[in-house]
Design a protein around this ligand. Structure first.
Ligand SMILES: CC(C)(COP(=O)(O)OP(=O)(O)OC[C@H]1O[C@@H](n2cnc3c(N)ncnc32)[C@H](O)[C@@H]1OP(=O)(O)O)[C@@H](O)C(=O)NCCC(=O)NCCS
Length: 153
């Protein structure tokens, strides 16, 4: 296995890889998440990648796409309530099942930390849906910690 991480604007490759995570969300939260639809998701990625604040990295084994990380740089202006802050928000990270647990996710995160440094963001944020234990474990191992709780009834 020869894994390379590259900056990407290949929205079609990202859309195909998205099936792994979209299907998990649809199966576990069917009232929130739609079934994976390649056409719709391809269009959504195309639009997201047109935004200059979007960062996207593709992991490839030789030339085969095996995972990606998609994030946004978000600037919060100073206000009466909160201090100014610049955040790299990791929206999606996916590694195809056959390549999980072999360090690919970590390579993607390491690349995100590099860009966070370059862009001089104050912090890196992310969230995940309840019950996604492998994601929770992976993010805790990466040093992330809880800072906010959302509730519903
Ligand atoms: C969460 C996710 C991205 C992690 O990616 P990953 O490639 O499996 O992660 P890594 O391989 O880097 O790390 C996972 C484990 O493999 C271990 N590992 C790393 N390199 C390794 C290697 N060369 N050989 C064996 N194990 C290795 C890591 O130490 C880690 O072990 P731990 O469980 O003891 O902490 C992946 O599970 C995934 O795509 N899940 C589905 C999508 C999802 O839920 N995404 C998050 C919400 S958007």
């Amino acid at each position: 296995m020869l894994v390379k991480i590259e900056h990407t604007r290949d929205f079609r490759a990202l859309a195909k890889l998205n099936e792994t995570v979209q299907s998990w969300h649809h199966n576990n939260f069917p009232q929130e998440f739609k079934p994976f639809d390649l056409n719709e998701i391809t269009n959504a990625f195309k639009r997201m990648l047109e935004n200059g604040n979007t960062i996207a990295y593709l992991a490839k084994d030789e030339n085969k796409p095996i995972g990606y990380l998609l994030g946004f740089i978000k600037d919060r202006p100073d206000s009466a309530f909160q201090y100014k802050k610049s955040v790299l928000y990791i929206d999606q990270i996916v590694v195809t099942q056959e390549y999980q647990n072999s360090g690919v996710g970590q390579l993607l995160m390491d690349r995100a930390y590099e860009i966070a440094k370059v862009k001089q963001v104050t912090e890196v944020q992310l969230d995940f849906w309840s019950g996604n234990q492998s994601a929770e474990h992976f993010f805790l191992r990466n040093g992330f910690d809880y800072f906010n709780h959302r509730m519903k009834k």
